[in-house]
Design a protein around this ligand. Structure first.
Ligand SMILES: [Zn+2]
Length: 587
């Protein structure tokens, strides 16, 4: 409360009309917080509302002046630990002055809260050996909630969270080069809307498959309570298959993949089964109609799937490898067919003017899977141009997947690797991670985000940095990388300027109004569970953010408002990054 008031009072008078509206919006945002703050929790105390692994560094931040803190046990208020706060440090990205409460010495499992004399008490948190498995369960199960083409029911845990089968009929839009029905059912709704987009599916699905490939021993026995649970295949792979099958169905007979399947414009905030706009396969509008970015992403993802599904379903693995090869061959014929929304199409474009990084990723994954010289040669001939994408202030995204290709080559650990390429990639990946570790250590909020990172999907970027650190840790184990990855998770789960957990239903003070059609259209008072918000975005590309005070520091440009699609939308790509981060830091 105090922080927010401070921000509003710093507005110049000429913005008074906007300020009034901003004040009104702020009150709307704060009402539910005030209503549930029965025990005087202070948003000036910021910590991970899930908690801290027993053996980890445990740090909370206090943004109001104080001297000391106590950690108290939730059940009986017994003081477990006392300490002094550090000196105040200004965080330039939020404008907050923060002090550190270090309670790393607390190593007894339990549920606790911080008491800061003169400030108040914190949200509760846990200390224990396996505190993130429930968060992983909710975050991964959120993909089940995004399933298109089937009924979804989150079960007795979340009894009213259901939707009927949706988008069962499809057709070819004229831009696809074909006409008539195309009932390719399946996939995940991409974000707050009901579209399905190949390039965003590419990085999301690839990231989840990597999570299994790298951390499968921790994940394979976690049951997600989805319809396929118990079929002998780990549930992460069961869930990913739902989307993968749709991606495979987006491949044309010539090997190319259409860019997306959506309606012509976004529907209103209705449940998915009530969206009756035709679901159309959309192409580039002229031969060859498919796009290189979508096709190369399919090649990369299907090549990973060919490896990962091999122990569980050889036929499906083989189908994926055939698809990956055909897709690669198509991109050799058409290396730079880019996509723009054709006339009359107003859904997400996921436009990308350069598909060579997607091809680099595809070549690396196909080589990693098959060991064939043609893919290795392509990678070795092209990787050098993309080395800078492993810089410290860069990370992979749906548009820029070169880091995935470079990391895939280094992680493959194949004996036929080109030694110079391998060394180059390893050196760059490890150097970038070290710089991220240092930058995060200096950041008062202990998050890897730099000032320019508070843009669309900044929370996903925080998780991306976690991925960068976890990949480096896989190449050369380093406790500092793991610790810093965990710092980014702490940021997402409450140790941020808003003292808010950016995962629905997680922590005592989660965000509650995602830009997510089922959450807005159903009759549940709370949103669908396990969804990650996009996060602060100084780009302000929506009307809600534009009404916030003009001089807000970048980390503060956020509104827990359903209408703020630029700061509060959910999306499968950053959801996948979060799952990867959780999988990496879980025990
Ligand atoms: Zn649907």
């Amino acid at each position: 409360m105090r922080d927010f008031a401070g921000v509003l009072s710093s507005n110049p008078p000429r913005r008074r009309s906007q300020m009034k509206l901003a004040t009104f919006l702020s009150l709307l945002i704060l009402l539910p917080v005030l209503a549930c703050r029965k025990e005087n929790q202070s948003a000036s105390i910021k910590l991970d509302q899930v908690g801290y692994p027993t053996d980890a560094v445990k740090i909370a931040l206090v943004s109001a002046p104080a001297q000391t803190f106590q950690v108290k046990r939730r059940t009986d208020n017994v003081v477990m630990l006392e300490g002094n706060l550090s000196a105040r440090v200004t965080d330039a990205n939020s404008g907050d002055q923060v002090q550190v409460a270090d309670f790393s010495a607390l190593r007894t499992s339990g549920t606790y809260y911080l008491e800061v004399p003169g400030v108040g008490r914190s949200w509760t948190f846990s200390v224990g050996p396996e505190i993130f498995s429930r968060v992983y369960y909710l975050a991964m199960r959120a993909f089940y909630g995004q399933r298109c083409g089937t009924a979804v029911n989150l079960g007795p845990e979340f009894p009213e969270y259901t939707h009927a089968p949706c988008h069962l009929e499809g057709s070819f839009h004229p831009s696809s080069g074909k006409r008539g029905r195309r009932d390719n059912v399946g996939g995940w709704h991409d974000a707050g809307d009901y579209g399905r987009y190949m390039v965003n599916s590419g990085i999301a699905t690839g990231t989840l498959l990597w999570a299994f490939e790298m951390f499968g021993s921790k994940l394979k026995n976690i049951k997600l309570n989805i319809p396929e649970s118990g079929n002998g295949t780990p549930d992460l792979l069961n869930e990913v298959r739902w989307n993968l099958k749709w991606m495979l169905d987006m491949q044309d007979d010539d090997g190319g993949a259409w860019h997306k399947q959506t309606s012509e414009h976004f529907c209103n905030f209705v449940m998915p089964e009530d969206d009756h706009l035709p679901s159309e396969v959309i192409g580039t509008g002229k031969p060859p109609y498919k796009s290189t970015c979508a096709t190369a992403d399919l090649a990369a993802v299907a090549a990973i799937a060919a490896r990962v599904y091999q122990p569980f379903d050889k036929d499906f693995a083989a189908r994926n490898l055939r698809a990956a090869r055909a897709a690669w061959a198509w991109t050799e014929r058409y290396p730079d067919v880019t996509f723009r929304n054709p006339p009359g199409i107003f859904t997400g474009e996921y436009g990308d003017s350069d598909c060579a990084d997607e091809r680099l990723w595809a070549a690396a994954e196909l080589w990693r899977t098959t060991g064939e010289a043609q893919y290795n040669r392509y990678f070795v001939d092209h990787y050098a141009k993309y080395q800078p994408t492993l810089g410290a202030l860069d990370a992979e995204s749906w548009r820029g997947v070169a880091p995935m290709g470079l990391w895939a080559y280094a992680l493959a650990a194949r004996p036929d690797a080109d030694s110079r390429a391998l060394a180059d990639v390893r050196v760059a990946a490890l150097a970038a991670a070290q710089q991220t570790v240092e930058r995060t250590r200096r950041n008062p909020y202990r998050v890897s985000l730099g000032a320019e990172d508070f843009r669309w999907g900044s929370n996903g970027l925080a998780a991306n940095y976690g991925m960068q650190l976890l990949v480096a840790n896989a190449l050369a184990p380093d406790p500092a990388c793991l610790r810093t990855a965990l710092d980014n998770l702490h940021y997402l789960l409450g140790r941020n300027t808003f003292s808010i957990s950016w995962l629905t239903h997680v922590g005592e003070h989660p965000f509650r109004r995602p830009h997510h059609r089922p959450s807005g259209a159903d009759h549940n008072p709370e949103p669908w569970p396990g969804l990650l918000s996009g996060g602060p975005n100084a780009g302000r590309q929506d009307p809600v953010l534009r009404l916030l005070p003009a001089d807000l520091p970048p980390a503060k440009v956020y509104s827990d408002d359903q209408r703020s699609y630029a700061s509060n939308e959910v999306c499968i790509n950053w959801q996948a990054m979060l799952v990867f981060l959780l999988a990496g830091v879980m025990k």
